[in-house]
Design a protein around this ligand. Structure first.
Ligand SMILES: Cc1ncc(COP(=O)(O)O)c(C=O)c1O
Length: 419
């Protein structure tokens, strides 16, 4: 809580931000700090909170599960919360995804996907092992996911640990064909095991958006060349882009799908990697060497699974897509307004996500504007954490018009002040 705390915080430069902000409670789209101030959680606490903080049905499920069965080893054992959640989840994803593997974060969901892809080609195919990714992608901070993500100041010190991947240029407006041609070129070598990408929105890479038709074309190229398509929907899943999965907007059914963040409504850590049946079957054998050798101690933790099942019950029983549509419409109105705001550029909106760049030549994540902007929004009691000079909102689905207009006002003010 103070400068003397021994806690080393994530993605935090303690020399610039020495004092952490103590939060004591949360409800809906709002946090309460230790001084009683209310703060609007405009980034859904790192993109995890969907329906709102402390949704009563999720809280009740956690409480009841915690008193019954907290945790059991998931190798050789199973439990009702995992089974029930899996049944509900499979009803919501494309039919070709038939197998569900649990882990506990977005990074591990992607690591698992990469291992599944290589296992598939090693055990059941021709042993191909190249991975193709998209420029500006982000898939996590473990060594494998850093390798697949954009290289830069974040991971330079760890370069010696990382493996090589093939990179597609980002399909910027007007340059989409170059991306498709590059993919076709890599795929034609017959050495590509999988294409890993974030569908429609590259989140941590700067909220960069590309259209569904490009995703559909990339999926078609993968299908033509037997390249597995791994959709990292860790951020875009659970309604963020307007549909349950972003892939739906392109009519794409991935071969492997990574989900985390909103999986428990934002209450507890959990992740799943879903796979096509033949990916599973390539590992299914009396030969123990073909076992899928991946686990973590808390795999499919029963309390997290109960929260995930309660989350899907909310999806099944409440008008979640209507709420998402309402927030999306408010964000579209905000985008229209911000397009005319001085100092802001590249205003973009996909579903509940709204982003704009401060018009400055010193852009990028390490822009000197970043710390000043973070403080500016904190002074407005808004939890908005810019990606360098990129401002974005990714609010919970219970946010109101008044909540969002105050964010849009603050973004306009930031444009005028910093742009
Ligand atoms: C698209 C994507 N993949 C993976 C991750 C990593 O997730 P986690 O931080 O839960 O490991 C993130 C996190 O922001 C993400 O946005």
């Amino acid at each position: 809580m103070t400068q003397t705390s021994p806690i080393w915080h994530p993605f935090t430069q303690h020399a610039i931000f020495p004092k952490m902000h103590p939060i004591v409670a949360a409800e809906g789209a709002w946090l309460t700090d230790a001084d009683g101030a209310r703060i609007f959680d405009a980034v859904s606490s790192w993109w995890v909170v969907t329906h709102g903080h402390c949704h009563p049905k999720i809280v009740a499920a956690i409480q009841s599960q915690a008193a019954r069965l907290d945790q059991v080893i998931f190798a050789g054992y199973t439990h009702e919360p995992a089974e029930r959640f899996t049944e509900r989840l499979l009803a919501r994803v494309p039919d070709r995804l038939t197998r569900v593997f649990f882990s506990d974060s977005g990074s591990t969901a992607v690591e698992v996907a990469l291992k599944m892809a290589l296992g598939f080609w090693r055990h059941g195919g021709d042993g191909r092992a190249r991975i193709v990714v998209m420029e500006n992608g982000y898939h996590g901070d473990t060594v494998g996911t850093m390798s697949a993500g954009e290289r830069g100041v974040f991971n330079q010190p760890y370069e010696p640990l990382m493996f090589g991947v093939d990179r597609l240029p980002f399909p910027a407006p007007g340059a989409e064909q170059a991306t498709l041609d590059a993919l076709e070129g890599f795929a034609r070598t017959g050495q590509v095991a999988a294409l890993l990408l974030e569908p429609l929105v590259l989140g941590a890479g700067g909220m960069l958006v590309y259209p569904p038709w490009v995703l559909a074309e990339m999926a078609a190229i993968c299908a033509r060349h037997d390249v597995l398509l791994i959709a990292d929907e860790v951020m875009t899943g659970w309604g963020r882009t307007g549909t349950f999965l972003a892939c739906e907007q392109a009519g794409v059914a991935p071969d492997i799908l990574c989900l985390s963040k909103g999986i428990t409504g934002g209450s507890l850590p959990l992740a799943v990697t879903l796979a096509r049946e033949d990916v599973y079957q390539a590992h299914f054998s009396t030969d123990r060497a073909k076992t899928f050798f991946h686990s973590s101690s808390y795999t499919a933790n029963a309390i997290a699974c109960a929260a995930a099942e309660a989350n899907l019950a909310i999806w099944d029983e409440e008008p979640v897509l209507d709420r998402i549509a309402a927030v999306s419409a408010l964000q579209a109105e905000g985008a229209a307004r911000l397009k005319a705001a001085p100092g802001l550029t590249n205003v973009r909106q996909v579903g509940t996500i709204l982003a704009a760049d401060i018009a400055t030549p010193a852009g990028g994540y390490m822009s000197d504007l970043g710390p000043g902007l973070t403080r500016f929004f904190a002074d407005h009691n808004l939890l908005i954490r810019p990606l360098g000079a990129t401002l974005y909102l990714m609010p919970p689905y219970c946010s109101t018009g008044a909540d969002l207009s105050s964010c849009h006002d603050a973004m306009a003010e930031a444009g005028a002040r910093f742009g």
